[in-house]
Design a protein around this ligand. Sequence first.
Ligand code: CMP
Length: 175
Amino acid sequence: MEFDPRTDRLPFNESDEAEQAPAGATELSGDARIRHLQRVPLFSGFNEKELRRVAELARIVDVPAGTAVTQIGEPGNSFFVIIDGTVAVRTPVGTGAQLHPGEFFGEMSLLDGEPRSATIVATTDLRLLVVDRSHFWRLLDETPDLIRGMLTILSRRVRRLEQTVHAILHGTNPT
Ligand code: CMP
């Protein structure tokens, strides 16, 4: 099962009606959603007001194992934070990292407007926090700590990639 690449929405979330109350979306009270968010390291420094804002601008979606959440080369319209579960990242240089609870993906297409840079496949059932394009910049504007956290992780990913390229070119492990 894959996300609809045109909309980056899960197949069960295709109709307008479903978009209001997606069958696979988890109906949680505001407080329950905030408790989920408190477990996510990316939001660890957030105060109550910021967590509430994240909960307002995001939705929580359950995704079965095997789902391709993003498809390389396709347009992307959502940013994802893993609440529960694990995904595998397949980039043009091969299958790379596994991402775990608290980690995020899907930010690149929202930041630069380019197609998805990697295919992300759920290796277990997932619970995801999903922020759509229409809310992404507002969320970043209102939560500078999220920008800091995201930049730190992006720097780490660039470093890891450069080390991988170095190892491929030189047949050595630079670390
Ligand atoms: P995006 O390009 O929107 O969709 C695919 C996502 O995979 C991408 O955003 C990143 O979040 C993630 N991604 C791409 N390359 C890597 C990498 N080398 N390590 C971890 N995650 C990655």
